[in-house]
Design a protein around this ligand. Sequence first.
Ligand SMILES: Cc1cc2nc3c(=O)[nH]c(=O)nc-3n(C[C@H](O)[C@H](O)[C@H](O)COP(=O)(O)OP(=O)(O)OC[C@H]3O[C@@H](n4cnc5c(N)ncnc54)[C@H](O)[C@@H]3O)c2cc1C
Length: 318
Amino acid sequence: MAGILVIAERKDLAWELLNIGRQLASQVATTLTAAVTGQEDNAQNHIARGADEVLLMSTLPEGQAFDAWIPVIAAEAKKADPDMILLAATARGKDFAARLAAHLGTGLCSNCIALSRGEDGTVVMERLAYGGAAVQQVSCVTRPVMATIPTRTFAPAPADHSRSGEIRKLSLPSPSPVRIVARKVKERSSQDITEAKVVVCVGRGMEKEEDIHIARQLADLVRGEIGCTRPISEELHWLPDDLCIGLSGVQVKPDLYIGLGVSGQIQHVTGIRGARVICAVNKDENAPIFQAADLGIVGDLYDVTPKLIEELQKATRR
Ligand SMILES: Cc1cc2nc3c(=O)[nH]c(=O)nc-3n(C[C@H](O)[C@H](O)[C@H](O)COP(=O)(O)OP(=O)(O)OC[C@H]3O[C@@H](n4cnc5c(N)ncnc54)[C@H](O)[C@@H]3O)c2cc1C
């Protein structure tokens, strides 16, 4: 194996990729290289988290797009001939990965959620198919094997500051034909539910927009955040899109997920698989959410939630 290359535009993404990259590299005693944006002091952190070599992509002049790095990274990859290249499945990462794969004439497994080595030594990659109802196994017949990995699929690699490695600063690329003419911050809700320890999810069982305050009250009591199913954000517009959990939304990994009036369709459950405890309140005892739940309450959310709130209030007063 000639090595594994991870490419990341942010250090938190780099650390997640370094985690799986290190695991794969250790299995076949190969090297792990990280091509990352940032300054030299950050590079040492990437070495501590598993990189043997860091290729630093320094800040581009104003107006230059990140894709200017594609020919530079493609040239590095052709020279080093890695067996595998991993990127984060962010909007920028996916765009970069597809174009890099075209430069290298290789295939790409997008949204890969697991990687392992098959018996014959090939890398087996897994991705969800049919809206999350099936897991597809992919192995690539061209090299390098390339994959994009959704954020938070792997935890950040732990740091070991006794590790050493090389740091190489890449020369600034030629300007890309894509120029950034303006930057506009995307409107987002103030919460980041992907980091929340408790998520209270509002489902279509909620009858009116103003009833969301019940879920909010419960979330406040358990220091949690509000999330929702797709109909709540996309069809009813009661909550912003970035609070939608599932296949077309975000994946959450809280210690506790509480679904209020959520049916538990596969496209939603895909986004809560990482929760440690799933609790569901649904008036239909046959709702599929109960198959995914650790704790299920069959009942009307308008009866059950106020009772939960009351008991929690009593507990916090004690
Ligand atoms: C390609 C694709 C991608 C998708 N991506 C996503 C995604 O990312 N996230 C997502 O959430 N969905 C997604 N969906 C939609 C998904 O299939 C479901 O339609 C959706 O998750 C259902 O949302 P829900 O549970 O809120 O509503 P419903 O399915 O309508 O369920 C409402 C539930 O509330 C219960 N209920 C009603 N009244 C009460 C009450 N008073 N008390 C207690 N329970 C009550 C009902 O018994 C029912 O089970 C996607 C679909 C497709 C095709």
